[in-house]
Design a protein around this ligand. Structure first.
Ligand SMILES: C[S@@+](CC[C@H](N)C(=O)[O-])C[C@H]1O[C@@H](n2cnc3c(N)ncnc32)[C@H](O)[C@@H]1O
Length: 274
């Protein structure tokens, strides 16, 4: 067996062990990116072999938490890709307005910047009061940050520019309070948001959604896993519901492609046909 085959075998054993013991399923993630992250974790923690990492991850909770943190990429920002929010404001909001009650799901919300961005947009369009937002992730550390809604003040300049480019109608500063080197999002934004742990691979459908955001999550999944998650979204959306993906993700060649209309190609906004 070649060295690279042996390494892949060890990675599979590690991922299988993590799944069996903790229920975190990285087994169908794209191998190249999982491998890169495992090797960088080992370098930082001065672990020489994957076979040495396995017992550490299985028996040492602290190592496990750090390992999960490294394996799941939680990079995010407010109004990321502002043109997407602008597109939603101009092309989706008026359709959502026709419903008496709106349900939105942010799947893979990380630390919540995306969720607060959409809540601000909905507020400005007068829809927040009648919207229930579900914000889910399988990483509890990120999810707790999302619940708190406290972000580093050093990013606010960039977020304010994004907000303006996204067609923001006010000033971003009217949606948070500054405290020392942080900003705390206003409670009125949080009122209709439910934060919950949810694993896209092992957990079930969120019913009757009008809009699902799942941006920059599936990029790390292999084709089979992507298919599984697209199916989950398809089951979770109402007829004529909307799906918004990340800029490197697409419904093209997916199992549900035929059932969706591409509303914004660049923005990756799709509408279910019926
Ligand atoms: C790069 S962040 C994207 C955050 C945000 N959607 C954005 O685009 O800015 C990816 C998030 O997906 C989450 N994630 C990855 N696999 C997941 C899974 N199987 N179930 C739920 N969340 C998952 C990660 O924990 C991480 O917080």
């Amino acid at each position: 067996m070649s060295d690279s085959k042996l390494e892949e075998l060890e990675i599979r054993l590690l991922l299988e062990a993590v799944f069996e013991k903790y229920g975190y399923d990285f087994r169908d993630y794209a191998m190249a990116s999982v491998r890169r992250r495992i090797l960088s974790f080992m370098e930082i923690h001065k672990i020489e072999k994957i076979s040495e990492l396995i017992p550490l991850v299985l028996h040492n909770k602290k190592t496990f938490n750090l390992f999960i943190k490294r394996l799941s990429i939680t990079v995010t920002e407010m109004f990321r890709d502002p043109f997407v929010y602008k597109f939603i404001r101009e092309n989706v909001i008026d359709i959502l307005r026709t419903y008496p009650f709106i349900k939105v799901w942010h799947a893979g919300c990380a630390s919540g910047e995306e969720v607060y961005s959409l809540a601000i947009l909905l507020k400005e369009e007068g829809l927040l009061e009648r919207t229930q937002i579900y914000a889910t992730d399988f990483n509890n550390i990120a999810l707790n940050k999302a619940k708190e809604g406290i972000f580093d003040i050093k990013n606010i300049k960039k977020y304010s520019v994004n907000y303006r480019d996204a067609g923001g109608k006010d000033s971003l500063s009217s949606y948070y309070h500054s405290k020392y080197d942080s900003v705390m999002m206003n409670n009125e934004l949080k009122k209709n948001i439910t934060f919950a742990n949810h694993n896209l691979i092992t957990d079930t459908v969120f019913g009757e959604m009008h809009l699902i955001f799942c941006r920059n999550v599936m990029i790390y999944f292999n084709k089979e896993l992507q298919g599984k998650v697209f199916d989950l979204f398809d089951k979770s959306l109402i007829p004529r519901g909307f799906l918004c993906l990340g800029s490197k993700e697409s419904l093209k060649f997916s199992t549900i492609e035929e059932k969706y209309n591409t509303l914004g190609l660049k923005e990756r906004v799709y509408q279910k046909l019926s």
